[in-house]
Design a protein around this ligand. Structure first.
Ligand code: FES
Length: 618
């Protein structure tokens, strides 16, 4: 079988491909990260590359315009080399520059102070009395007695720890440090070391997002955050949403590839954080992960197959504590991994973490948490009850299904303003030249277009403006509005918003609003009853609540009721890491949440159709 060399520009990375393999597969192997929202099905149009040299076979695609075709653009997932190739990955197709989302500011009663710190993994130094003829109990009983004396009852010890115990105790003069992990019943002995090692103990809180993975390193003795880092979830090579990844997990080595990809991300983040903190990753004894149900299945290497099939059953909601090495995590050899409990297939541990971090489950007042992503998750309730649902919002909030859409990373337009004469002001993540638009930018766009009469309440472009402003014009995909001219953009192309982009965003906002409204209806409430709204989502660090209300994504209520809380998933994971009580509370929250299935609900579809207007149908 023929083999060809593919060189990816501008980095110059090279790999060999067998005849019949696609450029997207080649890019994955060469560790060149190309956007591929649909997982290589040819349906998202995000994997555009330019063939500079060589012969290839490709399939026609509506995502490639005639002009692009002349310039050598192809979809990487539909193109196979027929000779050695040189391929350029244009800026708009690259995945790079992830923005670490700002953390939630926790309410003071939720903060874990050093006095309240009771981490999931603990170290205790014991000076045990050496055995004598009067005190001649076995070594294990001596150790357990010492632990009881230090306040650690019900410690489970496995066979592995038993083997070297007798020598270790004697070699260290019966002065030892025990590392213990919390279990539902008490503690489990993780390791025994000679001497006093109790002054250093580190842990990591991880938000395993579908798009990004965020890690935070903590000093568990001082109850202090040492650093936070984020990276794209490398599973995105195999598809950007959970469904395409579940499908990939069902193919050959798919599950292993997905598991290794995310474990690799976590290892890389922990290693970088430890490097900056001047410690070794081996000193990290515990990792706490929050993520949606599919992400947690993939992290643990558990097949997620039945999550997407009716009646949508996950393999677990609260997985057992797992040895880090079993997953391939390069932390302490005896380190352990905890996952926050999920509620249902589409309401995961990230939402449990959000409810925990917002404090809504402790309060009497009625609150709603809305987490907007490809899947919109909504929780409503208070200290007495909690109900939740999820609705498929489509990828528009994360830049998917939008011609120049991208995630909230470097160069993404995140704010848009229109002047009365239709001039455009944009601001981007990191303040660099724009290269695309993210969810918050799209929400701004829609609100500004509506205000300025560029679109009507059905979201359709106002054709009367053609000729009055050169920004509204006929493009390859119908009418489009030029947000940024080519000379001002980082990609040397006009960045436009098309009618299809607007329609996609309207569908997303309609799904979220309809989900929230129907959830409230089911329990006999309306929006007016909601005293506090916590809004979370993949918008980076910015979301204009006012504009979200203007387009009907959020209800029109007093603005002080809304709070954009950013990454509540990470905050919840950190709380659990630092406090066993918080972890117990998370388990209790997940048990208390009643999941309402909307996918088979007519009321949801009727409401969804009614929400396809801006802001709503009157
Ligand atoms: S079109 Fe190629 S990955 Fe989606």
């Amino acid at each position: 079988m023929a083999r060809f060399k593919v060189t990816f520009l501008p980095d110059g990375r090279q790999t060999f491909v067998e005849e019949g393999e696609t450029l997207l597969q080649a890019a994955r192997r060469a560790r060149v990260y190309i956007q591929s929202i649909c997982g290589g099905e040819g349906t998202c149009g995000k994997c555009k590359v330019i063939v500079k040299r060589g012969k290839f076979k490709t399939k026609p695609s509506p995502f490639i315009s005639d002009e692009e075709e002349r310039k050598g653009y192809v979809l990487a997932c539909l193109t196979t080399p027929m000779s050695d190739l040189e391929v350029e990955v244009p800026l708009e197709s690259r995945m790079e520059g992830v923005q670490a989302v700002e953390d939630v500011v926790l309410k003071s009663e939720l903060k874990v102070t050093p006095e309240r710190c009771n981490p999931l993994s603990q170290k205790v130094f014991l000076e045990l009395p050496p055995p004598s003829l009067e005190d001649n109990i076995p070594d294990l009983d001596r150790l357990l007695r010492g632990l009881r004396g230090a306040g650690y009852d019900k410690v489970e010890v496995d066979f592995r720890s038993l083997k070297g115990m007798a020598d270790l105790l004697r070699d260290s003069d019966f002065k030892v440090t025990a590392s213990l992990a919390r279990t539902r019943e008490g503690f489990k002995l993780l390791s025994l070391e000679g001497g006093n090692k109790a002054s250093t103990n580190f842990g990591a809180a991880i938000d395993v997002g579908t798009t990004t993975v965020v890690a935070q390193l903590l000093d568990l003795e001082k109850c202090e955050v040492l650093g936070t880092k984020a990276t794209y979830n490398k599973q995105a090579r195999y598809g950007e949403d959970v469904i395409t990844r579940i499908i990939h997990s069902e193919k050959g080595e798919g599950l292993r590839e997905l598991q290794e990809a995310v474990v690799g991300d976590i290892n890389q983040l922990i290693s970088a954080l430890c490097g900056e903190a001047g410690i070794s990753p081996e000193e990290v004894t515990v990792v706490v992960c929050a993520g949606n149900t599919t992400m947690l299945h993939l992290l643990l290497g558990v097949p997620p197959r039945y999550i997407r099939k009716e009646p949508y059953i996950p393999a677990f909601s609260l997985p057992p504590v797992v040895g880090a090495r079993e997953l391939g995590l390069r932390i302490s050899p005896y380190g352990v991994v905890y996952c926050l409990p999920s509620v249902a297939s589409f309401v995961g541990g990230d939402i449990t973490a959000g409810v925990l971090a917002s404090g809504m489950a402790r309060e009497e007042r009625l609150s709603m948490l809305i987490d907007m992503g490809t899947n919109g998750e909504i929780v409503f309730g208070n200290s007495e009850f909690l109900v939740c649902c999820s609705c498929s919002a489509g990828p528009a909030f994360e830049g998917g299904g939008i011609k120049f859409g991208m995630r909230a990373s470097r160069g993404a337009i995140q704010r848009v303003e229109l002047t009365p004469d239709l001039e455009v002001l944009v601001s981007t993540v990191d303040g660099v030249k724009p290269r695309g638009i993210c969810g918050s930018g799209m929400i701004d766009c829609l609100a500004e277009f509506l205000r300025a009469g560029v679109i009507n309440r059905a979201g359709k472009f106002n054709e009367e403006l053609i000729g009055r402003t050169e920004r509204l014009r006929k493009g390859e995909d119908g009418l489009e509005f030029v947000l940024v001219w080519a000379e001002e953009s980082a990609i040397s192309r006009d960045i436009v918003i098309t009618q299809a982009d607007i329609d996609n965003l309207i569908r997303s906002k309609a799904a979220v609003y309809a989900g929230a409204k129907v959830l409230l209806d089911k329990v006999g409430f309306d929006f007016e009853a909601v005293e506090k709204f916590y809004v979370a989502g993949g918008f980076g660090n910015y979301l204009d609540i006012e504009k979200a209300i203007e387009i009907g994504l959020l209800p029109d209520l007093p603005r002080e009721r809304f709070e954009y809380i950013g990454n509540s998933s990470l905050a919840g994971a950190r709380l659990c890491l630092l406090s066993s009580e918080a972890f117990e509370e998370a388990v209790e929250i997940a048990n208390r949440m009643t999941y309402i299935e909307l996918s088979v609900d007519n009321a949801f579809y009727e409401q969804f159709m009614a929400e396809m207007f801006l802001p709503h149908t009157e």
